[in-house]
Design a protein around this ligand. Structure first.
Ligand SMILES: Cc1ncc(COP(=O)(O)O)c(C=O)c1O
Length: 507
């Protein structure tokens, strides 16, 4: 007979609170008091409690006829299948044990593996060594001593620190915009900004470059707005798509300046002009350009005098600026809208004091004369690597930036070549799906101002050996600096200055 008292509660309520109900009201129940007496007052033997799976040790015969067997989903089996699929297609990621060294004279060296072997790092996005610059380190250390390690909450709860406001002002000034907003990373900045704007702008249409980073793709997807994808860095295709779109409707055109995996740089002027001709706002990711291009390191927009054509710029504090975090800069009202509506900004702990202070110091460093000198040295050593690859007959993808991609087709092959290089003291990460399309696997080198020509020469020797070791054919027209065809000697020779020495006294 169903209990009229228990039956008045929902199943979930009974499941959660059945035991307390029994304790509190069981003594008033005529049926239960009888059972209690016969069970010696042991409520754990109560069939009601047992049925609701609160107590598991009631005799089997009391529950057989009332409890249905619950089929359990095989979670671990599912996860195993997912991982096996990744391993089978060689896209399973194994992170190397690598600790980059920050002590004076050690950058860009790292300790690798369990034995702490010293290797040269070629793939870090700490492009100019800002993470270990004394001015940046000192700022971060002093901030910890004054304000502690953590922010203490979201900006709404813990408040806006003076450093947060200073950093946002500095970023706005850098990008020549009225306002800026910082986020926990640029992935979050891109996702939160695009998902919010494209969702709230009524009937918004998004035009997204086919080569866009996952953070922008995710933001656009999360907005559920209608999107059109134009061919990578192709202004004609962008125009074609925009020309077919209705006028008077809000539109966003979304792309990157320096492409992270190919090193290509977009035709910024043309793309912005086309977007504006059709009444769209431009959202431009300068993640791999900030700190690295332009007189003050504001990116390709600054280098080409086009900052005013970028309506919303996004950047990172985690690559050339050597810290962590991301940001956007734009008009005051746009920034206030994202600040007020984007969950990815609102509901998360603010950036901590050492990161705020370290980022501010890094931005000022890279906007200074010393920053310009670091950038010039980076460009020189990048040129040296590109020429050295050419002379050695090793392949490279055409890149006009500081990113030097060496194609090695096949996820297994590229991993093997990276392993061969590591054995020879050079660390570069193999890039494969989903970061690049299958068949477009590569090694991605990003030499900086502290890589020397000797390091590059050693890398070229190691890379040549690694290609041989893994049976990868390439056009090896040079042997020991001499052309195989005409025996002419050839040596890469570019004007190379010594790396900038940090001043002993740091202001
Ligand atoms: C083009 C691009 N945009 C955004 C991001 C995300 O930046 P963050 O590392 O600050 O999250 C990355 C990261 O690699 C990137 O390559």
């Amino acid at each position: 007979m169903p209990c009229p008292f228990i039956g008045s509660f929902s199943q979930a309520f009974v499941k959660n609170y059945g035991s307390s109900l029994m304790k509190q009201y069981g003594k008033f129940c005529p049926v239960l008091t009888r059972s209690f007496r016969s069970l010696g007052n042991d409520e754990t033997k109560c069939p009601f409690i047992q049925q609701n799976a609160i107590i598991s040790d009631a005799p089997k015969e009391m529950t057989e006829d009332i409890s249905e067997p619950i089929e359990q989903y095989q979670y671990e089996k599912f996860f195993h299948e997912q991982i096996s699929a990744k391993k089978k297609d060689y896209s399973y990621r194994i992170f190397r044990k690598v600790s980059r060294l920050a002590a004076d004279g050690m950058y860009p060296q790292a300790l690798e593996g369990a034995e702490n072997r010293q290797v040269t790092v070629w793939c870090a996005n700490d492009y100019l060594g800002a993470s270990r610059h004394p001015a940046v380190q000192d700022a971060a250390i002093n901030a910890i001593k004054s304000y502690g390690t953590g922010a203490g909450g979201t900006r709404n709860i813990a408040g806006n620190s003076q450093m947060t406001e200073k950093l946002e002002k500095e970023l706005a000034k850098l990008h020549k915009k009225p306002a800026a907003l910082i986020f926990s990373s640029c992935f979050v900045a891109n996702d939160a900004t695009l998902s919010t704007l494209a969702k709230i702008l009524p009937g918004c249409l998004v035009f997204s470059d086919a080569g866009n980073h996952a953070s922008m793709i995710q933001g656009i997807r999360n907005s559920r707005a209608n999107k059109q994808i134009f061919r990578h860095n192709d202004p004609n295709h962008l125009r074609e798509l925009l020309a077919q779109s209705p006028s008077g409707v809000p539109k966003l055109v979304v792309f990157e300046t320096v492409h992270s995996m190919s090193g290509a740089i977009c035709p910024l002027d043309e793309m912005c002009n086309i977007a504006h001709e059709y009444g769209a706002l431009t959202f431009v990711d300068e993640v791999h350009a900030v700190g690295l291009y332009g007189k003050h390191g504001a990116g390709i927009g600054e280098e080409r005098g086009l900052q005013h054509k970028i309506d919303i710029v996004s950047g990172t504090l985690g690559k050339a600026y050597g810290n962590v975090g991301g940001y956007i800069a734009g008009s005051t009202l746009l920034i206030d809208t994202v600040r007020s509506l984007a969950p990815g900004f609102i509901f998360t702990t603010a950036l901590p004091p050492p990161v705020l202070a370290g980022s501010l110091a890094a931005i000022r460093l890279l906007a200074s004369e010393e920053g310009r000198s670091l950038r010039a040295k980076q460009q020189t050593i990048v040129r040296y690597l590109k020429l050295s690859l050419l002379v050695a007959g090793l392949p490279q993808l055409p890149s006009v930036s500081h990113i030097v991609p060496v194609p090695v087709k096949g996820a297994d092959k590229v991993a093997q070549v990276a392993e061969s290089l590591m054995k020879r003291g050079h660390y570069v990460q193999a890039i494969n799906y989903p970061t690049v399309a299958r068949g477009e696997e590569r090694l991605r080198f990003a030499p900086g101002p502290y890589h020397t020509p000797e390091m590059i020469d050693s890398l070229i020797t190691a890379l040549t050996e690694a290609f041989h070791e893994n049976d990868i054919s390439f056009n090896e027209f040079m042997k020991n600096g001499t052309c195989r065809e005409c025996s002419m000697e050839y040596k890469v020779d570019i004007a190379y200055e010594e790396p900038y020495k940090y001043p002993m006294q740091v202001a």
